[in-house]
Design a protein around this ligand. Sequence first.
Ligand code: MN
Length: 426
Amino acid sequence: MIEANNPSLKTWIEVAKESDFPIQNIPFGIFAPEGKTPRPASRIGDTVIDLSALCDNGFFDDLEIDNYGVFYSPVLNDFIELGKPIWSAVRNRISEIFSLNNKELLNNEVAKKSILYGIDKVDMLLPVEIGDYTDFYSSIEHATNVGIMFRDPENALLPNWKHIPVGYHGRSSSIVVSGTNIHRPMGQTKADDALAPTFGPSRLVDFELETAFITGKNSKLGEHITVDQTEDYIFGMVLFNDLSARDIQKWEYVPLGPFLSKSFGSVISPWIVTMEALEPFMVDGPKQDPAVLPYLDFEGKKNIDISLQVSLTPEDGEDTIICNSNFKYMYWNMNQQLAHHTINGCNINIGDMYGSGTISGPTPDSYGSMLELSWKGTKPIKLKDGTERKFIQDNDTITMRGSATNGDLRIGFGECTTKILPAKLK
Ligand code: MN
């Protein structure tokens, strides 16, 4: 077992029982303490750990890292470039420093002051510089629901769906960190019975409940990453709200796929949870039938039991949980997605991001978008305040949460939240 994953480990930092960040998590992120430059961090409970300050105080000296400058960088890309053995060694070292019986930092008040911050005292920033962004479409329940609503209930899945992890190349410039609010987009839409399109604010803004993984190793153009090799290329995961304007999407997507309906802002959670921390939660995925082509074949447990939740909060209102889903429902796993992505020789880079596609489960309360929850607007969603929603209204806040639990151990992602602001009409 990875020592930092030991479920019996305890820490001298206070951690609430329901925290997503016990000492067994040790995620990585970028934060800016007040008046200071952005820098790498980890987190235990509600305490943010400044990795540059740990480095200043010599806590990483025995790790034999080639470039200690990575702990002072405003993005994690350089740290990630050091490779999987170093991610692992740093995570284990942080775990050691904060273990209950370790007094090396505990008794050093001066060092503690420079290293530890309350989460409410700092801003979390985008953890990596995202080069390329790809979005998949890998939930069979989601693809089936969309097929039933927009095409043919008898042939809901297109003929390629069970053979290829379908995806498209998205836009990385508009990916923002949780807490960033997004304006309702303007765009072209056309009603079915209208002769011509009109221009105005989208009326059908939706969330897509997704996770995303971030790659931690470059590959060369012309090279293929096999399913087995993908383990070395995936650094970790975040929650991902792939905001979508359904009315713009419907008019623009033929024949090349979504364009402006998906690029007005997409939101990720700030803490990258490592694949190591998620290792105790691996499960089997759905049976793939028909059998996949050999280059997509895999062995072992490749899905992860991560329960996912979405809540909608009206302006000055109360939260209503409108979706409970789980990452384990995914038909295609991340390893297959990455193997497929590179089978043509497409190269990938450190910091690239890959969305799972909307994660819907088998029951109507587990659908991962308002399009499905309200079934194209025909079944409005009831909120606690008595109002109803078909899609997101101005000043509604969408919050996604995700966590994996196993006995007393809970590894979570924190929140991915955004408020939809009114359109900028001029
Ligand atoms: Mn999406």
